[in-house]
Design a protein around this ligand. Structure first.
Ligand SMILES: Nc1ncnc2c1ncn2[C@@H]1O[C@H](COP(=O)(O)OP(=O)(O)O)[C@@H](O)[C@H]1O
Ligand SMILES: [Mg+2]
Length: 387
């Protein structure tokens, strides 16, 4: 499967993979979506609160956040199934707020966006094209082309129930793509699939993005899915976008405590600031150490803070030193090539740290010292901003 996203490699089925340059007869590429201060209320509940973001042409943006944070609502506003309470949605710079859903030309794939059960695969794909009043011959050619795109040519005459879940989702994708949408909207489209099928579909979406320059918005609550598919991630919490950035920046430079906690695993250590200058803040942790931390944010002396450090940013030592703090090792778990150590600090905080299993410095329990790795850039937050 991976060979398919690499150009000019023979496919696993032995044939030549078509070149991944754009198919000039398919013009999905080059559309932008702007959300401009979009708010949506259901009665008194604000489900989407003042969201502004731009999806660039050919970009996949993930809306990531816990259940109920407003992801589906935001997607339905773009699709035109809901009309926002305030703000504006633009495609290619033009407001589409007055257009009903069927005139927005967006492609939609939902988790349970069922295929028509009594129609063949080919007829399902043809449906939107016929609804657009496209000539018969044109419809037939387009259906064939998209059957190839999702590699279901040999299944054209089957009914949906004669396909696996993953194949059905590929038909749904082909159906959404066949009308050459300006933007593809995906709402948890893979969550009903098992892990390996999900991976296949994720690769499929990346492939379509490269092949057609597809612009897409993907709703997911799965951070791994967002990290692997999206060019940028909008992390949502209670209707708001807390950070909109690349997967790496969202992980390495979380903008808020919520983002730190939602993406990946982190360790929080309490303390207060001593002084801030020239991009460095010196802090005293309750765990019993003073540290100088690189920080773009300036903190007034005495500000209560939380230091957030990823498990891989910490290191366990056998000896004390000025920039290490004492910990009690409670247990250690082997996780593949790594060891996860569970530690307790002097002030009662629990730390999880990950070390490579080869050459472990200390054994599993007893006294040790914890420190930041030299290259680690942990984050500092005012602890009053804790949710
Ligand atoms: N049709 C509706 N009527 C009233 N409240 C709704 C409706 N749809 C969603 N909500 C509420 O709006 C909030 C956001 O929901 P939703 O957009 O579905 O979140 P997500 O997709 O992130 O799980 C939730 O509190 C949900 O209960
Ligand atoms: Mg949802």
């Amino acid at each position: 499967m991976l060979g398919d996203i690499l150009p000019n490699k023979p496919s696993s089925k032995g044939g030549q993979v078509p070149t991944r340059s754009a198919d000039p007869s398919i013009s999905v590429r080059g559309h932008t979506v702007d959300l401009d201060a979009v708010t949506h209320r259901y009665g008194t509940l604000t489900a989407v609160a003042d969201v502004s973001l731009t999806v660039r042409a050919g970009e996949i943006v993930a809306l990531l956040g816990p259940s109920g944070c407003g992801k589906t609502t935001l997607l339905r506003l773009v699709a035109g199934f809901l009309r926002q309470s305030a703000g504006s949605v633009r495609i290619d710079g033009k407001p589409i707020d007055a257009l009903p859903a069927n005139q927005r030309n967006v492609g939609i794939v939902f988790q349970n966006y069922a295929l028509f059960p009594h129609m063949t695969v080919a007829d399902n794909i043809a449906y939107g094209l016929q609804a657009h009043g496209r000539p018969r011959d044109d419809v037939r050619k387009t259906v064939e082309r998209f059957l190839e795109v999702v590699r279901l040519g040999e299944f054209r005459d089957r009914l949906p129930r004669q396909l696996s879940g993953g194949q059905q989702q590929r038909v749904a994708l082909a159906r959404a793509l066949a009308v050459e949408p300006t933007v593809l909207l995906l709402d948890e489209p893979f969550s009903a699939l098992d892990k390996s099928l999900r991976l296949d579909m994720q690769i499929e979406i990346k492939r379509l993005q490269r092949q057609f320059g597809l612009t897409a918005i993907l709703v997911t609550h799965d951070q791994d899915e967002a990290m692997s598919i999206a060019d940028r991630i909008a992390v949502m919490n209670q209707g708001r976008v807390e950070q909109f950035d690349t997967p790496i920046n969202v992980y390495d430079r979380p903008a808020t405590l919520f983002v730190t906690g939602f993406i990946g695993t982190t360790n929080l250590l309490r303390g207060k600031t001593l002084h801030s200058s020239n991009g460095t803040t010196t802090i005293a942790l309750d765990a019993g150490v003073q540290l100088a931390i690189a920080s773009e944010r300036h903190f007034a002396p005495g500000t209560p803070i939380l230091l957030s450090a990823r498990p891989e940013q910490l290191h366990l030592y056998g000896e004390a030193s000025a920039d290490r703090w004492p910990v009690r090792r409670r247990f250690a778990l082997p996780i593949g090539p790594n060891t996860m150590h569970d530690l307790e600090t002097r002030d009662g905080a629990t730390l999880k740290i990950v070390e490579q299993r080869i050459g472990a410095i200390v054994d599993a329990t007893g006294e040790a010292w914890c420190g930041l790795r030299t290259e680690a850039r942990p984050s500092l937050f005012e602890s009053s901003s804790q949710p």
